[in-house]
Design a protein around this ligand. Structure first.
Ligand code: SF4
Length: 127
């Protein structure tokens, strides 16, 4: 099972999930998980932009290399400039579109905090 994305909301009424995906309750909300393989057209957005992450910080949408990708993605050492720039631009457009909606913006803001905490050096004071 691979964790895909966490929905910080009440259990949605009914979601017609593609085969291989399921929802389960976790302390942070409801987690969308997959079985580790999927059909390309059913991939969640987080997987489509991987190894990038979409966030909201400093009052604007952000696209950055996802630090959680280091163990998985051989492209990480080349940074965002090493990726196809049309791919990066599409990710930016997705972030712009998503952050136009307050709930999506709140989720991407949370994502930014999660990634900041993920890259925090343990002995450094957090904010
Ligand atoms: S690409 Fe598909 S199989 Fe891989 S983590 Fe995402 S949803 Fe799961």
């Amino acid at each position: 099972m691979a964790a895909c994305c966490c929905i910080r909301a009440r259990r949605p009424a009914i979601i017609d999930l593609p085969a291989g995906f399921s929802l389960r309750e976790v302390p942070e909300g409801i987690l969308l998980t997959c079985e580790g393989s999927c059909e390309r057209h059913t991939r969640p957005l987080a997987c489509r932009v991987f190894p990038l992450a979409l966030t909201w910080a400093d009052n604007r949408p952000r696209v950055l290399p996802d630090p959680r990708a280091w163990p998985l993605c051989p492209l990480m050492p080349s940074g965002i400039r090493g990726l196809r720039q049309d791919f990066v631009e599409k990710a930016r457009q997705a972030a712009e579109l998503l952050t136009a909606h307050p709930r999506q913006r709140a989720f991407l803001e949370l994502q930014q905090r999660l990634l900041t905490a993920f890259t925090q050096i343990p002995w450094q004071e957090g904010d």
